[in-house]
Design a protein around this ligand. Structure first.
Ligand SMILES: CC(C)(COP(=O)(O)OP(=O)(O)OC[C@H]1O[C@@H](n2cnc3c(N)ncnc32)[C@H](O)[C@@H]1OP(=O)(O)O)[C@@H](O)C(=O)NCCC(=O)NCCS
Length: 158
């Protein structure tokens, strides 16, 4: 699979639910299945502002997916509506063959069609393949977050 013209990008459909869930679980393994299902239902009910696409091979295999959204802020773009890459995943055997790029191009076309001037995205520190792929696609680093958490005493239930 190395011919980009053979990669078919289409909006995710109800027939893709199982495979989409499998790919989502590979991307976000810490997310409970129930939460995945809720988010999938939410996305399918809001295609305008939460579009999602799958990349399909000529023999009908799903190679990856991309979920986007409208956010009202992105680091580096300021407080304005932007397209945002929420979930970007290509199955390992299809990586480095242009599938991810075609998915992102689709999301960028959608953002242009919505009149947005920027597309934002993020990844976790240490995800170097994602970092390098973003850079290769023309995304510049716009900031880094540090997350904190503190375990607090819980009230004993009466
Ligand atoms: C990130 C990911 C979606 C990229 O998908 P992909 O199909 O391999 O991407 P492509 O083949 O279209 O590559 C797009 C560009 O990024 C570059 N790239 C992709 N992976 C790379 C890597 N590991 N190191 C360096 N560059 C890389 C490619 O060379 C290409 O640039 P080029 O066209 O100038 O050569 C895929 O690696 C993946 O699913 N990773 C695991 C999940 C993940 O981290 N998702 C992103 C979370 S934000």
């Amino acid at each position: 699979m190395n011919n980009k013209s053979k990669i078919r990008i289409r909006p995710v459909g109800k027939a893709d639910l199982l495979e989409w869930l499998v790919m989502r679980r590979a991307l976000w393994p810490d997310c409970p299945t129930k939460k995945h299902r809720e988010e999938i239902a939410e996305i399918l009910a809001d295609r305008n502002d939460q579009p999602a696409w799958v990349a399909e091979s000529p023999d009908g295999d799903l190679m990856g997916f991309l979920e986007a959204s409208v956010r009202n802020y992105a680091d580096g773009a300021g407080r304005q509506n932007v397209g945002y890459l929420e979930g970007w995943y290509v199955k390992p055997k299809y990586r480095k063959q242009g599938v991810g790029r075609v998915l992102v191009n689709e999301a960028e076309d959608w953002a242009v069609s919505r009149g947005f001037s920027h597309v934002g995205s993020d990844t976790w520190v240490g995800n170097m393949s994602s970092y390098r792929a973003h850079k290769a696609m023309g995304y510049r680093e716009a900031g880094r977050d540090v997350h904190f958490v503190k375990k607090i005493k819980t009230k004993s239930k009466k």
